[in-house]
Design a protein around this ligand. Structure first.
Ligand code: GLN
Length: 463
């Protein structure tokens, strides 16, 4: 049994059936572990073995255990873990050890999942290539000359290198789904409010969401079931009940103008992939948001980033006290401890805040995007498009590959990305499915159906 090739759900099943112990799972995990993708910022080996003993005891006592009990999970390092360093890939938080868990971590631990390590990312989740981390960039084993995507770069490189079983990432403007598509993984950005953001280090909280990034859609569903729900520490949360839905006669819109905007291989793969939904009614639509999404997101997310970054004044988090006055300490520590990208966003956000016209315009534009989304999502059960217009690109290139993804963050609607094929250079292609708010279960059901009938998600890179 090669555990590292198995999904979280299947490993959980083997543990429950007592075919393997929690310790054996960890032994297998660490056996050939080298962190080939520079995916991890920290590992919690001792902690995980301690947890494995506790969970094994429950299993041996025949206590009722959950679907993920004993399963190792790797966590993006912008999600707070009590007593485990949480850096958000920034020198500013190099020594930060939270005294509390994010709600999602509490929930996972309660159900017996084992936190195994903290994953690399773009600094404070600002980026789309995984290159702004203080800890260096992650590698994409599908082609190491190409980016993993970002900001959840460590999530996807650890999975692609077979050095994680399942992961949690975050998505503010595509950061879970874009890298998932670049590295042949599955990820869902849930509807706003289904998963608590308490303990997620904020970038632009109105758009931030914690997301599972996994080997398949069943794992996404099982993780979602555990981490979703009302949380007294996050007033935006709601209770969510996952339904088992019939997907045979859905009305699907396919975005013609997004396909036209994409590379040929990407467009033809997605068009081929939708043939799986042959019992559904499929119609072409034009989703006229491409000119608006990126500028709207850039203005709003930078403005929100300004207020989120303001807390890093060096008294609370880092303890470099080289200067005398509060102001000097702030200036010198921010100068030394923030990376270039974070500084750029703070400056850009402050500039925008000085000219409120831009901010007002961005709010209007967001309203317009909301209108388009509501119009089409009322007419169609789901809308399908490529996750990104291109596959993973080289480090010296720069593309706006979040352009199809940002709309779901702006409108707070759910969106899933699943592997749907490969381009002529054997680079993975992702297909995005979006729906109305709170139809996350529908997206997951569709994705599971797709993966039951295809094997793209099972393909692995040569390492
Ligand atoms: N690439 C986008 C940005 O840099 C999105 C980041 C994210 O979703 N965290 O802002």
């Amino acid at each position: 049994m090669n555990l590292m090739n198995m999904t979280a759900t299947n490993i959980g099943l083997e543990i429950r059936n007592r075919n393997i112990s929690c310790k054996e799972v960890l032994d297998e995990f660490f056996k050939d572990f080298e962190d080939k993708g520079n995916s991890y910022i920290s590992l919690c080996k001792d902690y995980s073995y301690k947890r494995a003993l506790e969970i094994q005891k429950k299993i041996d006592n025949k206590e009722e255990i959950s679907i993920l009990a004993g399963v190792p999970i790797s966590i993006k390092d912008n999600i707070c873990t009590k007593d485990i360093k949480t850096t958000s890939a920034s020198k500013m938080l190099e020594n930060y050890i939270p005294y509390y868990n994010a709600t999602v971590i509490d929930k996972l631990e309660k159900e017996g999942a084992i936190i195994i390590g903290k994953l690399n990312l773009d600094e404070f989740a600002m980026g789309d290539m995984g290159i702004t981390s203080y800890y260096g960039k992650c590698k994409n084993p599908w082609d190491i000359e190409k980016t993993t995507g970002g900001s959840s770069s460590g999530c996807v490189s650890s999975l692609a290198y077979n050095e994680a079983i399942c992961t949690l990432g975050s998505d503010t403007g595509g950061s879970a789904r874009q890298p998932a598509s670049f590295c042949n993984q599955t990820s869902i950005k849930p509807s706003y409010g289904i998963i608590s953001r308490y303990g997620l280090i904020g970038f632009a909280p109105e758009f931030d969401q914690i997301c599972p990034i996994t080997k398949d859609a069943i794992d996404c569903l099982n993780i979602m079931k555990i981490i979703s729900g009302k949380d007294k520490n996050d007033d935006t949360t709601i209770y969510y009940n996952f339904r088992d839905l019939n997907i045979s006669s859905l009305k699907i819109g396919i975005c013609k103008n997004f396909l036209d905007y994409s590379d040929d291989d990407v467009a033809s793969c997605v068009l081929d992939a939708i043939k799986i939904f042959k019992n559904c009614k499929i119609e072409e639509i034009n989703f006229n948001i491409l000119d608006y999404v990126t500028p709207t997101y850039q203005v709003l997310s930078s403005v929100y980033a300004v207020s989120n970054m303001a807390r890093y004044d060096n008294f609370n988090f880092s303890n470099y006290f080289e200067d005398d006055s509060y102001e000097d300490i702030c200036i010198s520590s921010r100068t030394k401890l923030f990376g270039k990208e974070v500084k750029k966003r703070i400056m850009y956000g402050n500039y925008i805040l000085n000219y409120t016209d831009y901010y007002d315009k961005a709010l209007k534009s967001k309203q317009y995007i909301n209108k388009i989304y509501s119009y089409y999502l009322d007419k169609y059960d789901v809308i399908i498009m490529p996750t990104t217009p291109k596959t993973a690109f080289s480090y010296n290139e720069n593309f706006n590959t979040d352009i199809f993804l940002i709309g779901s963050n702006l409108t707070k609607t759910p969106s899933i990305s699943i592997p749907c094929g490969f381009d002529r250079n054997n680079m993975p292609i992702g297909m995005q499915i979006i729906s109305k708010n709170l139809n996350d279960d529908l997206l997951l059901n569709l994705a599971i159906h797709f993966q039951e009938n295809t094997d793209f998600h099972l393909k692995k890179p040569k390492i």
